[in-house]
Design a protein around this ligand. Structure first.
Ligand code: LLP
Length: 423
């Protein structure tokens, strides 16, 4: 459920009409709902709290899903931690008020400089993803004279997710160490100057089915038991993120409650501190991309292209993953539904959001929204075609704020100092 609902024939975000934001800020823009972010975070937390055997978890929101500072600060106030994959994300999380004690540093290619930064910042946990990284972290930590707290990110050879490009747990995916490596590295951690406290996994994103997640968690469970049987202490299990969000084109994915019940039944008896890294399930339905119809191009053969002022540079998911986003007029007009191609202004055919999508009448100037755009929307945008980054607005009840302004064209160009021999 989200807080983008129709009132008086038009869509609102909480107590603010989207049309007002379109007028005041200019389109295209992202709009985020505080009430929805809060609701989704709490739904996740409450679902887990229903199973006391799962203990008090760390809910490390995956910053990559939506890294806006005000979104992070909203979640920080709710007690969220952060799952981060770069120095930039760690810096954002800290600056937004998420304490280092709730920050997890994951990622398949952390540089030495980033590892040093994470150690200086005192993040709670570094997830090691490769033997080569284990060795580099060991060297970096020795040079600093510190003993980092680490988990080994295991590749459980169980992939899942809404698209091949966002599946991470398959054996041939680049993520994590194999089970054999995990056993060897865990046993060797102390000698390498690392404090191994547990294991992590993350098998993919937009997972619509609990079966692969349960299979992966059983693999993790077996590994925990094997390590313990060798006398090694395993105190932490980081189960990653991946739970899908409803995009309105398929049956709803499992709810946080279904997920929590599955976690309890697969690993509820392990007596470990659990961490989760949800991103999409918190942020996706808390945001929309609000844009305007530039014009409708109707060919003589009747083929209709609805050309929007938002392009693939603003929301890349359809072009990149063939992703479906529900597209709704802010104020629907009465009239017949017709199949349309919904496209952006960028100069390639990849800039197509939907083909043959049934839509009611749309005219130049109409506002439309892409639903479920709060996750992997603004964070993946670019200035391709020299279209400046679009603004982000956060709504809270009847108040709203521009939380990332649109840069001027001058500011966009000023980021590129001219080579001195060209001036
Ligand atoms: N933890 C790790 C280690 C991850 O790699 C990810 C996402 C998450 C947590 C959060 O996953 P979530 O709960 O959001 O599914 N850009 C793609 C999604 C990429 C996901 C990458 N990793 C998209 O737009 O669908």
């Amino acid at each position: 459920m989200n807080h983008f609902e129709a009132r008086e024939g038009a869509l609102w975000c909480e107590d603010v009409p989207l049309a007002r934001l379109g007028e005041a800020v200019g389109t295209p823009l992202y709009v985020y709902s505080t009430a929805t972010l809060t609701r989704h975070y709490r739904a996740f937390e409450d679902a887990l709290a229903a199973y006391p055997e799962l203990g008090a978890p760390t809910i490390a929101y995956a910053v990559k899903a939506n890294a806006n500072m005000s979104v992070l600060a909203t979640l920080a106030k709710l007690g969220a931690g952060a799952d981060t994959v770069s120095e930039g994300e760690i810096r954002r999380a800290l600056a937004a008020g998420i304490p280092a004690s709730r920050i997890v540093f994951s990622g398949v290619g952390k540089t030495d400089a980033e590892l040093r930064y994470a150690l200086d910042a005192g993040v709670a946990q570094i997830n090691i993803e490769a033997t080569a990284e284990f060795d580099r972290l060991s060297a970096v930590a020795r040079a600093k004279g510190v003993t980092p707290t680490v988990c080994l990110r295991v590749n459980p050879a169980v992939g899942a997710g809404g698209h091949a490009k966002i599946t991470t747990g398959a054996a041939d995916n680049k993520f994590g160490v194999s089970i054999d490596e995990a056993e060897r590295l865990y046993a060797g951690a102390a000698a390498a100057g690392l404090k191994a406290v547990g294991l992590a996994c993350h098998i993919g994103s937009q997972i619509a089915d609990l079966v692969p997640l349960a299979a992966a968690f059983r693999v993790m469970r077996d590994l925990v038991l094997r390590l313990r049987a060798r006398g090694l202490e395993v105190a932490r299990l980081d189960l990653g993120g991946g739970l899908g969000a409803p995009y309105f084109n398929t049956p709803d994915p499992p709810s946080p409650s279904d997920f929590a019940a599955m976690v309890a039944s697969t690993i509820g008896d392990l007596d470990v501190h659990l961490a989760y890294e949800p991103g999409r399930v918190i942020a996706a339905n808390a945001g929309v991309l609000l844009c305007r119809v530039i014009h409708v191009n109707t060919r003589p053969d009747g083929h209709r292209f609805v050309v929007l002022d938002a392009g693939m540079n603003d929301l890349v998911r359809p072009a990149m993953y063939d992703a479906f986003h529900d597209i709704r007029p802010v104020r629907p007009r009465p009239g017949a539904v017709m199949a349309c191609d919904i496209v952006g202004p960028v100069c390639e055919t990849g800039d197509t959001f939907a083909r043959g999508r049934p839509m009611g009448p749309l005219e130049a100037g109409d506002l439309v929204v892409f639903m479920t755009a709060g996750a992997y929307g603004a964070v993946m945008s670019s200035e391709y075609n020299s279209r400046p980054m679009i603004p982000e607005v956060l709504v809270d009840g009847d108040r709203w704020a521009v939380v990332r302004p649109r840069p001027s064209y001058e500011a966009m160009m000023a980021r590129e100092p001219m080579a001195d021999w060209l001036t």
